[in-house]
Ligand binder design. Structure first.
Ligand SMILES: [Zn+2]
Length: 373
């Protein structure tokens, strides 16, 4: 098992790097071979409005990118997970999910880029507006995520298991946090993987559980997972992430402004808001986004460790936590002990072995006083 998990993750990494290189190559080629210029000129024969040229160049850029990387996307997210027994969705259903995600992502992406170019054409301080707008869109997305976006891909049902709901209530009371609604999504229709998350803000805030968790874990193990999610809620981790992402967004757009100003002339753009620069803009933002990933992951791993600690102290059941982790690793074909560099740069969670190790150490060092209560 361990062996095939390592191979699976090695292949996934290789395919991801390949897709990244290919995608960047496409953006660079569009910029340097003047294909982007040609598309922009063609668009402007219809009307010389900026929004129209930005739309046409963005569509050409993104369609070309999608087509070019399609074989790698299919290999990474369909063929490989199926081959390793993670996914059992049929090709048509899988493709329909991808299509919905692409339509949604494309629409939001288009709105964002149109707004950015409109501001870029008006003020040199465009990057401040761009960062603020992207932060607002992300926050709105997070608010509506559990109520509008998840239902596009899953059927959501409230947790009906009365015994489990009662345990959750007790858990929340013990933890001193308000009880969150728990909703199940029908992941079992698509895949065997296990997952859970706190999603939404304010009134949309809730815990989302894959139904596979209830199928594969015992009640004590599910309780550990719920306690971990309550930990995120108790620590206001969603808000922390919003603050970090927003700060990173401002830094990203400021650096992008500097880079775009320095490079616009040499690559033949007439001004910053020249629609022929859309692929170049995408490449710069994409590259800067990559640089930010290790930082976000470093924060995320710290947050996950704290949620694990929270779960362990609320349930007091390290055994259940550890066996839940074991199942998670097995069902998700997790890389239990990834190379250090990979975990540091790419992992949003500490590796399973590390999480189990931490739980064991906590048990070993915990005071035994509670046993006499
Ligand atoms: Zn977590």
């Amino acid at each position: 098992m361990e062996h095939s998990a390592a191979r699976y993750h090695r292949l996934q990494l290789a395919l991801s790097v390949l897709a990244l290189v290919l995608g960047a190559g496409w953006l660079l080629a569009m910029t340097l071979t003047a294909v982007a210029r040609l598309v922009a000129e063609l668009a402007m024969t219809v009307t010389d409005r900026l929004w129209w040229a930005v739309l046409v160049v963005s569509a050409a850029t993104s369609i070309g990118h999608t087509v070019l990387t399609a074989p790698l996307t299919i290999a990474r997210s369909y063929w490989l997970p199926r081959r390793y027994g993670l996914l059992h969705q049929r090709l048509a259903a899988w493709a329909f999910d991808r299509l919905k995600a692409a339509a949604l992502g494309g629409l939001v992406g288009l709105i964002v880029i149109e707004v950015i170019y409109a501001v870029m054409a008006r003020t040199p301080a465009w990057w401040i507006f761009a960062a603020a707008f992207v932060a607002t869109v992300s926050l709105l997305g997070a608010v509506v995520f559990p109520v509008w976006i998840v239902p596009l891909f899953y059927t959501l049902t409230p947790l009906r298991d009365a015994a489990l709901a009662e345990r959750l209530e007790k858990l929340a009371r013990r933890a001193g946090v308000p009880v969150l609604g728990v909703w199940l999504v029908d992941q079992s229709r698509k895949s065997r993987t296990l997952n859970a998350a706190v999603a939404g803000f304010g009134r949309t805030r809730r815990i989302i559980l894959f139904d596979t968790l209830l199928e594969r874990l015992g009640p004590d193990e599910v309780e550990s997972v719920l306690a971990h999610e309550l930990g995120h809620h108790a620590h206001h981790d969603m808000w922390r992430m919003v603050v970090i992402q927003t700060a990173l967004g401002f830094a990203t757009f400021w650096v992008a402004d500097q880079l775009l100003r320095a490079t616009a002339g040499p690559i033949g753009l007439r001004n910053l808001a020249d629609p022929a620069g859309v692929p170049w803009f995408a490449l710069v933002i994409g590259a800067l986004g990559l640089v930010g990933i290790p930082l976000v992951n470093w924060h995320s791993r710290a947050v996950e460790r704290r949620a694990d600690d929270f779960a362990l102290s609320v349930t007091g059941d390290a055994g259940a936590f550890i066996s839940a982790m074991e199942r998670l690793a097995e069902q998700n074909l997790a890389e239990r002990h990834p190379p250090r560099w990979k975990e540091t740069l790419l992992s949003s969670h500490p590796s399973v072995d590390r999480r189990i190790g931490r739980a064991r150490r906590r048990v070993a060092s915990a005071p035994r006083a509670s046993e006499s209560e």
